[in-house]
Design a protein around this ligand. Structure first.
Ligand code: NDP
Length: 241
């Protein structure tokens, strides 16, 4: 039986591309989402991939959600922590709510989800965890103190957990996408996109979600067991980490 892969935020954008790429690579895929039922239903109708709704900021909801998935399809052997949000503001205007929403989703969500599958991975002596960080966690980004802090935290989490998982054949890696064409980028004003963002990207375009997904397919493979604690940059040459 093929391995079960759970992708948080797997119904839209980069997560949807990851869900489809893993399904096409032969895994049994489950995609979660936060609240956009319309997009999740459409994704399920087109792909046939099972979708589950819960909030990764809620530890108890993650516990119940993962238990339901495991009862339905079997143990989660591959976890892709992809769910993420932005709430951009210059720091002097940033509200506590903007700070906490972003940290709770993009960083605490990794604890809430990984904690649910970690014991099972240890017991089965196999696991793959991939955390979707960001170029802005590597470089820092004006107007994103919250997001940059959370995404840098994802990388620290990855490196620490990789050391803990290594003896149990569990790999933990991070991917740092550069600017990628998804709904998240729709919040960026067009002027900022054409005058500030695109000129910084040597390949001269945004990334495609599928270009991030291929990194995930690479990292979760059974024969990728020697790659752990690493950070893959997929950013069109914008930053060499
Ligand atoms: P989208 O906004 O297109 O999709 C986000 C997905 O995450 C949706 O499925 C959404 O569910 C889900 N989600 C958001 N919050 C929660 C939550 N609290 N609980 C559960 N699910 C949640 O994002 P992208 O595809 O653009 O981004 C995916 C990841 O890649 C994020 O971690 C992002 O930070 C990172 N990234 C993106 C870049 C980009 O340029 N797009 C660049 C670098 C990193 P719902 O549909 O219900 O809202």
């Amino acid at each position: 039986m093929s391995r079960v892969a759970l992708i948080t935020g797997g119904t839209r954008g980069i997560g949807a591309a990851i869900s489809m790429a893993l399904r096409n690579a032969g895994y049994r895929v489950v995609a979660t989402y936060a609240g956009n039922d319309e997009r999740a239903d459409a994704f399920h109708t087109v792909t046939g991939i099972s979708v589950y709704r819960w909030d990764v900021t809620d530890y108890e909801a993650c516990r119940e959600g993962v238990a339901k998935v495991e009862a339905d399809v079997g143990p989660v052997e591959i976890l892709v922590n992809n769910a993420g949000i932005t709430r951009d503001a210059m720091f002097h205007k940033m509200t506590p709510q903007q700070w906490h929403e972003v940290v709770n989703t993009n960083l605490n969500g990794l604890f809430n989800m990984t904690h649910q599958v970690w014991e099972g991975m240890r017991a089965r002596n196999f696991g793959r965890v991939v955390n979707i960080s960001s170029i802005n966690g590597q470089t820092g980004q004006m107007g994103q103190a919250n997001y940059s802090a959370a995404k840098a935290g994802d990388i620290g989490f990855t490196k620490a957990l990789a050391q803990e998982g290594a003896s149990k054949n569990i790999t933990v890696n991070a991917i740092c996408p550069g600017y990628t064409a998804t709904d998240m980028m729709l919040t960026v004003p067009e002027k900022v996109m054409t005058e500030k963002i695109l000129p910084q990207i040597p390949v001269g375009r945004l990334g495609d979600p599928e270009e991030i997904a291929r990194c995930v397919v690479f990292l979760v493979a059974d024969d990728a067991g020697f790659i752990t604690g690493s950070t893959i940059s997929a950013n069109g040459g914008q930053y060499f980490a």
